[in-house]
Design a protein around this ligand. Structure first.
Ligand code: FAD
Length: 449
């Protein structure tokens, strides 16, 4: 007997993007047919970066539901109300809540859907299913396979694994508990604090995370020297102009999606500092003042290497890394040994070139049925579904939830701003296929989750 479990809708990943989808599915009456897989043991939100006092970067009302349904039970405002903190929160005068509080909010929303989530399940493979009744190879659903080889089938799949970490190629072979991407920051420093205290730490990158981590490391390890290496002249301020921030309006998605490749690339260049290689002013000021006070006291421990890059040279048996910190402008380079190297180097977008990937690894087996551009980059429809080659496309859709910044614009990846509305669009697209769904599943009975 075929023991494969079958669902109408499956989700890979249960981070903010698919948690928002679960809320929208419930409010649309479709949750009973949906199930999600999350590789972590429980819901978390960027747990490696939950640094004390750091705040979120989206307006708190652009939460998991409010732009889609301001009356939803799952709003940040209702979370504060349920937790009995609404008045105190308002009294803090915070424009942006602490990240630790927003993480609690994300977990609180997720907790409502625990019957629809399997935790500790890492989906390693996605395969298309083909309709037996069709003369052509029409894709009628998807099979997802977990780390233990268990298979699950569905009509519609929503892939929301978050973006792949970007690790510069020279650091890829060095990744360890002493050379870490920012996502592994807290476990790495917790481990480091339990042994011989570090003397020298390097932070690579020019993002807000790089600025926050430089300051956090200086507080955490009061005897260590912290070296921040970045390519730009200095840490830059984010473009938070309300005019530029209209890029996070829903209308922008259509405008961006319809633009030519050249126009998209030009707009992205324009908008880079709204989200990348830049920081909020409060974080920049705090670091600048921290360094200034160190200088007043004659105890400078934070050193900035502007217009520079780091070249790893030797890894010692104890995990320390010997690196050259090189100027981009002169032949200068200085060699130093670091107890810890933190790569605040961000995440990959879909595309080609440095810091991009043609498709996320989990889609490898689907790619041969997908439309690709001339460089082999997977193509995505306006409804966030993977565009299938002629002949393969049927009713069953595979959506990318939170990976489409290169086609759908800045509000797509790396931001809460539009994920509630994206959920609606995905549901609308699923609904549009509803009449033909049973045919597309070839009469297979679908389990309720
Ligand atoms: C430090 C940091 C701070 C940020 N702060 C903000 C902010 O303030 N405001 C903002 O708008 N955005 C912020 N972002 C961007 C943030 O990543 C997104 O807003 C949000 O987390 C995206 O949600 P997601 O569900 O797409 O991805 P993720 O949050 O990455 O969630 C993806 C989930 O999928 C799971 N998963 C991955 N692969 C698999 C698999 N194969 N099988 C099963 N499960 C899988 C992962 O374990 C994870 O739980 C921040 C990002 C970082 C790194």
């Amino acid at each position: 007997m075929d023991k494969t479990r079958k669902f109408k809708i499956l989700g890979v990943g249960f981070g903010p993007a698919n948690i928002a989808l679960a809320a929208a599915l419930e409010e649309s009456g479709l949750l009973k047919d949906a199930h999600f897989f999350e590789r972590a043991k429980e819901t978390t939100w960027q747990p490696g970066m939950l640094i004390n006092n750091s705040d979120i970067q989206n307006h708190p009302l652009r939460d998991l539901v409010t732009p889609r349904n301001p009356k939803s039970h799952y709003s940040f405002t209702n979370f504060l109300h349920v937790k009995g903190r609404l008045f105190e929160y308002l009294n803090t005068g915070l424009s942006y809540p602490y990240r630790i509080e927003y993480e609690q909010y994300v977990c609180w929303v997720a907790s409502h859907f625990k019957d629809h989530v399997s935790y500790g399940i890492n989906i390693s493979k996605i395969e298309p299913l083909f309709s037996e009744s069709s003369k052509h190879d029409v894709i009628s659903g998807y099979r997802v396979i977990d780390q233990d080889g268990n298979a699950y089938e569905c009509e519609h799949l929503v892939v929301a694994p978050g973006r792949t970490r970007y690790v510069p190629v020279e650091f890829e072979p060095l990744l360890s508990d002493r050379v870490v991407h920012l996502c592994d920051y807290l476990p790495a420093v917790t481990e480091l604090a339990s042994g011989k205290l570090p003397e020298r730490i390097c932070v690579i990158g020019g993002s807000q995370s790089a600025v926050e981590l430089t300051a956090d490391l200086a507080d955490r390890f009061p005897l260590a020297k912290i070296h921040a290496v970045h390519r730009a002249y200095g840490f830059r301020q984010k473009d938070v102009s309300p005019f530029t921030n209209e890029v996070y309006f829903p209308e922008f998605v259509d405008e961006f999606y319809q633009a030519s490749d050249e126009t998209r690339s030009s707009i992205r260049g324009d908008l880079h500092l709204t989200n990348y290689s830049s920081s909020d002013l409060d974080v920049l000021d705090a670091l600048y003042r921290k360094i200034y006070v160190q200088k007043i006291q004659g105890k400078q421990r934070i050193f900035l290497h502007r217009r520079s890059f780091a070249r790893p040279l030797i890894t010692f048996d104890d995990g320390r890394t010997h690196m050259a910190v090189c100027s981009r402008d002169r032949a200068d380079e200085v060699e130093m040994t670091f107890d810890l190297v933190v790569l605040a180097t961000g995440f990959k977008d879909l595309g080609v070139g440095e810091g991009r990937e043609k498709y996320p690894a989990v889609l490898s087996d689907l790619v041969r049925y997908s439309e690709l551009d001339r460089s082999g980059v997977i193509q995505v429809n306006r409804d966030y579904s993977v565009s299938l080659q002629t002949g393969y496309g049927g009713q069953a859709k595979c959506f990318l939830n939170g990976l489409c910044e290169s086609t759908h614009g800045m509000g797509d990846a790396g931001s809460f701003s539009l994920l509630s509305l994206r959920s609606s669009e995905i549901i609308e697209s699923i609904r549009s296929t509803e009449n033909d769904v049973s045919a597309s599943m070839n009469g297979v009975k679908v389990d309720a989750a």
